[in-house]
Design a protein around this ligand. Sequence first.
Ligand code: ZN
Length: 326
Amino acid sequence: MASILAIAGLGMALVAPDVAMAGTAKANFAPASRSTDVRTGTIPAKQLFGHVKTPAPLPPQPIGFYSRGCLAGAVAMPINGSAWQVMRLSRNRNWGMPVLVEFLKKLAIDAQAQDGWPGLLIGDMSQPRGGPMLTGHASHQIGLDADIWLTPMPDHVLSRKERETMSARLMVLDRKRINPQRFTPAHARLIRRAAMNPLVQRIFVHPPIKKYLCDWSRRNGDANRAWLAKVRPYYGHNYHFHVRLRCPPGAQYCKNQGDPHPKDGTGCGAELAYWYSDRPWVRPKPKPKFYHGIPLPRPRPKRHKPKPVLTLDKLPPQCRMVLTAR
Ligand SMILES: [Zn+2]
């Protein structure tokens, strides 16, 4: 894979004037304040990456970390296939590394042929140049994350309008209970297939889905239960599951995440018990303090500090070129 720095000269020569890079003295900076902001890094990076419509014409390369990076040379997931359809086309988030697109196609085709799964509805992947998004998702920034709906694919090709308006189906009754009318063994087979793939680093599901998978695998006498370690309980994954791929070999700017290693090998024990406790869901109340047996007034709750804005300066330096390459 060609180094992204090797093509830096090309990228810099073709830099867009309104998003010129710092340090390119010869670049033609537009007088607009926007360019100053880009150079000083005060614009939130999501404003920059969230409006770019096309991929960076560079060799495919994930740069940085899943929640702090960008994507060069993205390819689009085709919106229709024999075993998949891409949803919410207006969002223009069906971009990823070629390895992600190929993984999704294969998962869709194999699950349809072997798992009794009608086909995949693909949700958000990455933006054309990755990076932070204007709405939703802290991750999905480097073309290696994809959301897959837990709603089975309908038996017809959805219109553009249907893809915008059709809602995903909720799979749980509450934070502890699955909806058994909706979540079926075919769902479990699909997630197992995804997790068994060595390209997959981890998968996020809502806690009751993890519990279902643990019970289902045990009930079936599943000989290989190591795949369960990759399936991580997490908030908000009750309409879809989220698949994260590892950094591809040779992707020198891609920052891998450590593999999950639950003590019991599956995460079905203590880890799941944690998600079934109140701890992840309820903020603990401070214990009242006493002075000579008299309760002191509670201190005022600390103001919630706003998260620091993720600006271009805080992304890997190669992301400037990814943003501006033409
Ligand atoms: Zn996701």
